[in-house]
Ligand binder design. Structure first.
Ligand code: FES
Length: 101
């Protein structure tokens, strides 16, 4: 496992998401209250892109059918999805966003 630069902090809107592709994975980066989180981008229900979802509290709401996932852990918190996402450790290095893969 190593930290890999995947984006700049300025790529990620406040209270919004940004999708990156690295090592054949699509990962959603979110910024909430100054913190940056990284979870899988693909909803476990039906393949929607979670980086296009709205953030409510510490959860992202799937834009397709409304399942919710915890930004911090990837845990599913509301149906119709039932499987958790992977969450990735994030490190900020200057303006670089690095995640552990
Ligand atoms: S694709 Fe996300 S809830 Fe259906």
């Amino acid at each position: 496992m190593a930290f890999i630069k995947v984006a700049s902090v300025s790529d990620i809107p406040d209270d919004g998401g940004h999708c990156i592709e690295v090592e054949d994975r699509r990962i959603a980066l979110f910024r909430k209250d100054g913190e940056i989180y990284a979870i899988d981008d693909t909803c476990t229900h039906d393949d929607a892109s979670l980086s296009e979802g709205e953030i409510e509290d510490n959860q992202v709401v799937c834009p397709l059918h409304g399942a919710t996932f915890d930004l911090r852990t990837g845990e599913v918190t509301g149906p119709p999805a039932y499987d958790d996402l992977n969450a990735y450790k994030v490190r900020i290095n200057g303006d670089a966003v690095e995640i552990e893969l």
